[in-house]
Design a protein around this ligand. Sequence first.
Ligand code: BTN
Length: 264
Amino acid sequence: MTSRGWIGLNSSWEQAFILEALSDLPLEEIVILSVVSSTNDIARRRLAVRAPVLVLAESQTRGRGKDARRWESPPGGLWFSLGLRESVGGLSLVPILTGVAVAEGLRSMGFDVWVKWPNDVLIDDKKVAGILVEAEARGDRRDVVIGIGVNVNISVGELQTKVKENKVGSLSEIAGHPVPRIEVLSHILRRFFHLWPLWRSGQTDSVVQRWKELSRSLNREVTVSSNWRRGQVVGVAVDLAPDGALLIRDAEGLVQRVVDGQIS
Ligand code: BTN
């Protein structure tokens, strides 16, 4: 590794601990901020300078979720983005791989974590973490930003998104005590950088297999509202394809591929 850049602004994060906890990871820059619009936006900008970059923030004012939904990001949560420069194509497995990394990272801390297609992370069927992958072509390379939000020490009842309150959880409420965010971050990143070379070399069979083992979506009756085709696909989720698509057997017995959408 060459030099490692640090930018820290008024953050309550314990920077020395973060440096120590992440010192052996292949990061060229770590940016720690207090309030940002979205860590994904900062990571995208920093990618012009260095990669891989990690951007952490104490809170986000315009945190983004999938499908342009708002992602509430109050202090106490873990909101971060990884910026990577890649030359290989085919990003469809990146959310799946990241979901496995987050689930396994939290599992190594003792949480009983599962994944829901495409990339929600659940405990007791409550969403505790979400992943937003954004990419941009730059000549022959791609800037890939992987945003991860984990509800660590937050009170779900205080979130403004009340609609899905019983579907959202936080680690501290599940554990019954505060959970060290640096540990959560370190476990997730460690798993991520273990799996990432598999994606780069196209050896993703074991990642797909692991996702299936952790899945709360397979062998269940599902309704997928797709963003790219009108209407819904209803049936039993029978498999995950090697490219990350969900395979659904409908009432007529036809197997349909769904590459994007939400399960309800
Ligand atoms: C989802 O489940 O809809 C994805 C949520 C992703 C949230 C994270 S928090 C860090 C990063 N910055 C953002 O604006 N979004 C992601």
